[in-house]
Design a binder for this molecule. Structure first.
Ligand code: HAM
Length: 414
């Protein structure tokens, strides 16, 4: 019986891996341009970090974590808490008062797999720690807009909200709960459950009956203090200044407990039910909550599988892989042995070359060279070894040239 990969995981075969490498390269270049530096953290952390960071009642912590060693450790389901843990542990605030960090890493969530939702997936994300200035919110959202555009993706919606501080949210939640209790019997099963454990998440419901009820529900904006109202206005003005189109969505609450003030998401109708390409927001209380010196912060994370899905839908043209410069066709044992050192010398000079390892006929090897789309092929047999001259063939034109053995190494493979 064969063993298959675990449900919700992905094999990246060479072509897929090459596409993913290209995506990562573009993202790294964008991060560099916006002056975000890379951070890498362990694949697993103490479970307590996520409990305290993300919140006990969130879907992630209550049912989606891969925990082990008596629940002491957990494979990371997201990167914000680990980045903040590393920021505090390594006193990064001493290095620069505003830390702008990015990551590309694998996350693990025990979710029900479906299109665009995996159990192991990759996130590209960024965290800007140390500034509460609205301009960093604008910068981060414009960064997202920028890198999506750099892939030619324009068909998305930026949703923006401000969910205020804990105290503002508490008042809002009381009123929201009262309102929803009045409609409890009409709510979906999921929302009725959430009414007890995490009523804010009901605002996220995709259920048509819930959406209808929510039309007349209290609106969080009316509970915001003047600072948060101004912050939202400033972010809106900043984005408008940059010509970035967005929609304010007062129901955008996000699924992690650490958010305060600005929240945002970028959604695409090309993704189906799991329509968020990326999501983020401010988390001005998290650093203090995790034992650090209080500092405001904001970040986002983008799912790379969802980004690839959009690229596939848009028939994105990935750059071609580097072609093989030279294929060495061999005939006879001496030639085969000699090809070993020629290949090594060529590779030492940065020339991409290949040979046959199946002792196939010259004809079959030429066929293989053609199939691989190599630029040049050369045949080495007993006659070539005797005369010290070889024929190098440019595959596209069929043009041949006579060269020496040294000539193979010094040839201009263009
Ligand atoms: P999140 O909304 O949980 O936020 O995830 C961010 C993105 O990761 C989603 O928009 C989606 O593209 C992708 N994603 C999430 N779960 C899955 C899954 N099971 N399969 C495939 N893709 C998925 C966070 O993780 C926050 N840490 C973002 C953040 C950073 N907030 C502030 N800083």
């Amino acid at each position: 019986m064969h063993i298959s990969r675990p449900k919700g995981t992905i094999d990246f075969l060479p072509e897929d891996a090459s596409k993913r490498r290209h995506i990562e390269e573009l993202l790294r270049n964008a991060a560099l341009l916006f002056n975000y530096s890379e951070i890498r953290t362990p694949a697993f952390e103490k479970t307590e970090l996520f409990r305290r960071g993300i919140g006990e009642n969130t879907d992630i912590v209550s049912k989606e974590m891969y925990s082990f060693s008596n629940n002491e450790f957990t494979l990371k389901p997201e990167m914000t808490a680990p980045v903040i843990r590393a920021y505090i542990e390594n006193s990064l605030y001493n290095i620069a008062p505003v830390q702008k960090l990015y990551y590309i890493a694998n996350m693990f969530r025990h979710e029900r797999p479906q299109a665009g939702r995996f159990r192991e997936f990759s996130q590209f994300g960024a965290e800007a720690i140390g500034s509460g200035d609205f301009r960093i919110d604008v910068e981060l959202i414009s960064f997202c807009n920028f890198f999506l555009n750099s892939f030619g993706i324009n068909n998305f919606k930026i949703l923006l909200n401000n969910i205020g501080s804990l105290s503002e949210r508490r008042l809002f939640l009381e009123d929201l709960k009262d309102f929803l209790k009045g409609h409890e019997t009409a709510l979906s099963d999921d929302s009725r459950r959430r009414l007890v454990i995490n009523p804010l998440r009901i605002l996220d419901s995709k259920d048509p009956a819930d959406i209808k009820i929510l039309e007349t529900a209290p609106v969080i904006f009316n509970y915001l203090n003047d600072d948060n109202k101004k912050h939202l206005g400033d972010v809106m003005n900043g984005l408008t200044r940059l010509g970035i189109v967005f929609e304010v969505d007062y129901r955008l609450v996000r699924g992690l407990d650490y958010y305060t003030s600005t929240t945002f998401e970028i959604v695409s109708s090309e993704l189906g039910a799991q329509n968020a390409i990326l999501g983020g927001g401010r988390y001005d209380m998290l650093i203090e909550q995790l034992g650090g010196k209080p500092a405001p912060a904001i970040g986002f994370a983008c799912g790379l599988e969802r980004l690839s899905m959009i690229l596939e839908k848009n028939s994105y043209q990935y750059p071609a892989e580097r072609k093989i410069d030279l294929y060495i066709v061999t005939s006879g044992d001496i030639a085969r042995e000699k090809s070993l050192d020629i290949l090594y010398s060529l590779r030492s000079k940065g020339i991409l070359c290949e040979t046959d390892y199946l002792n196939r006929s010259v004809k079959a090897q030429m066929k293989e060279a053609n199939k691989l789309g190599v630029s040049y092929a050369v045949v080495i047999g007993s006659q070539e070894i005797e005369t010290g001259t070889l024929r190098i063939k440019q595959m596209e034109t069929g043009k041949e040239e006579i060269i020496t053995f040294d000539g193979i190494i010094n040839y201009k493979y263009v």
